[in-house]
Design a binder for this molecule. Structure first.
Ligand SMILES: [Zn+2]
Length: 675
């Protein structure tokens, strides 16, 4: 019997003890309704659609009651009711949206998308409701605790950024635009997800250079052809090891054609819609709107930050390029320059020869099951929690459930969905299912990855990415215990969101941590000197790698910080490639067409680098006091992770550090001058 305990979907009638002259009937109409969605209720496309429509009706009713509320708005009355409305909407939205990215049934994925649109529509209507805004503005906050006050302020800001204070006519148009942005964005994502391309090889000889297990998995089909797909587990080893420069170039072209040409028109549309939306809300462009509630606060601050990083990395990239070109010339003496499709391959050789790190050797030490167990153990020890299997309904037999315990108390639940499947989201990410609310519902989320299975070997970079995503997951779990939806869970500023995940990556560079799970198939532990070499090689390529990130960040900002009429994707992407990388844009490629973040992140891809700068600063505490120092990891859990969005991220980090945030440690690392 599956033990599905989704914490309560109770409807409580709240009779608030407020102002004279109010009839009890008016107040008891303030429904507090937290509606949970169980996977068992949405196990088929039909069931999901029915559940979603039922939820929509309930939300609309609840919404109407709040809109026509005539009493005095209070925290325990009106605000609690509004919060439960938002939470219920988010529950349905998160589940539908997550399933649309992972469910094996195509019809269910489509039903998930449709539900996501319905929920987004209600979200838009709520965010544009003048009566709701006015009532929240009129809540008397005297004597109210600081965190609740912060939650109310945050609510009011998000109303204003939605355009609630615009004219009726403008709000009508904003509503339409939001609907359209969701569906066009979904189309953009779908075009990428579904466009799996293949390079066709004629013989096993074309796999020269690749690891044996890879070759064994890629034998000719009945037509004598070998197909290499653009899915990560196929394509990245190919870029790194395949000896043929021509085949890597051909593969690279396939990879950079994903989503093209379908996404050209779609992206154009998306950019236009967002521009119009920003202008209606009172901003010059979408980049201004989307940075208004971030730590950075403006596109100018972001551009300044990118320029700063540009200056730290220029020389480093030049030195790295010289090393790579010299190595390429050992193979191709007449080569005048290094091309983009040669970078991973040659970098890998340099690591092997000059740093003595061979990823074919290192990957022998990272079996999926061992890495998973190792990461689960690390998290348990680091934060003093326990992880137990959770017998529950899932969407596929590969998916496993887990529960997190603090002492004897379950405080969060998660799923691991770690291996590729057709139609599944192709990257690695944490997908939310329920935001935790104290006394109402536990946080639930899933890690969605595309790693090898069982005892199959992983690339070391996949282990890093596993830990990264786990960083998001524990943030979600620890933070999901506040009283209000908009400050609970990962509700902190978006440009801080990647800091906990990127900081956790640091632990794979710690031998004490890694040696506990890094074992080859013979059971031998990763030798310490090999790990030492991996650490030494770690930052080789940091200049080029970071500048690649700056190129993405700059493209994302530039597409949204000006009128759409001034944006030509190929020209812009080409110019930015030349500005930040030493490579010419790939002829015939259109990488922006599969740059999925242009939908979900819009202008703010910079957030990764911003967060990394903060992560590097936070990590100085561990570096100084010890990676396995429980006192410091507990302080980090309490002062940063558990606080969620209940205070500005700047305050949380400053409190943890005992001083202001500094980008200097990151600058040192980029320049290669870290101690
Ligand atoms: Zn992340």
């Amino acid at each position: 019997m599956p033990n599905r305990i989704f914490v309560l979907a109770v409807s409580v009638l709240l009779i608030s003890a407020c102002g004279q002259g109010e009839t009890p009937a008016e107040d008891s109409s303030l429904l507090v309704r937290f509606s949970a969605v169980s996977l068992a209720d949405v196990a088929s496309a039909e069931a999901l659609t029915a559940r979603c429509e039922e939820e929509e009706r309930a939300l609309r009713e609840h919404f109407a009651v709040l809109e026509s509320y005539a009493g005095t708005p209070t925290v325990d009355g009106f605000y609690r009711s509004l919060d439960s409305l938002g939470t219920s909407r988010d529950n349905m939205q998160a589940t539908a949206s997550s399933l649309s990215g992972v469910h094996p049934d195509e019809a269910l994925r489509a039903a998930g998308e449709a539900c996501e649109q319905l929920m987004a529509k209600i979200g838009t209507d709520m965010s544009l409701s003048r009566p709701l805004y006015d009532d929240v503005s009129n809540i008397n906050v005297e004597g109210v605790d600081e965190i609740t006050r912060f939650s109310i302020e945050k609510t009011l800001l998000s109303y204003r950024l939605s355009g609630v204070d615009r004219s009726e006519e403008a709000r009508e148009r904003i509503r339409e635009l939001n609907d359209e942005i969701i569906s066009v964005g979904q189309e953009f994502d779908r075009n990428i997800r579904e466009d799996v391309r293949y390079l066709e090889l004629d013989s096993v000889d074309d796999l020269a250079g690749l690891p044996e297990d890879y070759i064994a998995d890629h034998q000719p089909n009945e037509d004598g052809k070998i197909l290499i797909s653009t899915q990560y587990p196929d394509v990245f080893p190919f870029f790194e090891y395949a000896e043929s420069h021509d085949l890597r170039k051909a593969m690279s072209l396939q990879y950079n054609l994903r989503g093209y040409p379908q996404n050209e028109e779609v992206l154009q549309k998306l950019v236009e819609l967002r521009y119009e939306l920003a202008q209606l809300i009172g901003f010059n462009n979408y980049a201004e709107l989307v940075t208004a509630d971030k730590m950075s606060g403006s596109p100018e601050r972001v551009t300044g930050f990118l320029e700063e990083l540009d200056s730290y990395t220029r020389d480093v990239q030049e030195r790295e390029y010289a090393v790579l070109l010299a190595r390429l010339r050992e193979e191709l003496p007449e080569a005048e320059k290094l091309e983009s499709w040669q970078r991973r391959y040659i970098s890998s050789k340099v690591r092997r020869e000059q740093y003595d790190v061979d990823s074919k050797v290192t990957r022998q030490y990272f079996g999926y099951n061992d890495a998973r167990d190792g990461i689960l153990t690390l998290v348990q020890e680091m934060f003093g929690v326990r992880i137990e299997p959770w017998e529950t309904e899932t969407w596929h037999e590969d998916v496993k459930g887990f529960e997190l315990y603090d002492g004897d108390t379950v405080f969060g639940r998660f799923y691991l969905d770690m291996h590729p499947r057709e139609g599944k989201y192709q990257h690695a990410a944490m997908f939310p299912f329920a935001n935790g609310i104290e006394g109402v519902q536990l946080p639930v989320a899933a890690l969605i990855c595309n790693f090898p299975e069982g005892d199959e070997r992983m690339q070391f970079s996949q282990v890093v990415s596993f830990l990264h995503e786990f960083g998001h997951l524990i943030h979600w779990q620890f933070a999901g215990h506040h009283a209000w939806n908009n400050i609970s869970g990962i509700s902190t500023e978006w440009d801080f969101v990647e800091a906990p995940s990127q900081m956790l990556e640091e632990w794979v560079w710690d031998y004490e941590t890694v040696s506990r799970f890094a074992k080859n198939p013979e059971g031998e532990t990763l030798p310490e000197d090999l790990h030492g070499k991996m650490v030494a090689a770690r930052d080789f390529g940091i200049g080029m790698g970071t500048r690649g990130q700056l190129a993405y960040a700059s493209l994302s900002m530039s597409i949204y910080d000006r009128p759409p009429s001034e944006v030509d994707f190929d020209t812009l992407a080409g110019d930015i490639t030349r500005q930040f990388t030493p490579f010419e844009p790939l002829e015939g490629g259109h990488y922006w067409a599969s740059f999925g973040h242009l939908n979900g992140y819009s202008a703010i891809y910079y957030t990764y680098q911003w967060s990394l700068a903060i992560a590097t600063d936070m990590f100085t505490q561990f570096k100084e006091k010890g990676l396995n120092n429980f006192e410091i990891s507990r302080a980090y859990r309490d002062k940063v992770l558990a606080k969620g969005g209940s205070a500005p991220a700047n305050e949380l980090v400053t409190d943890f550090l005992g001083r202001d945030i500094s980008f200097e440690p990151y600058a040192d690392r980029l320049r290669g001058t870290s101690k």
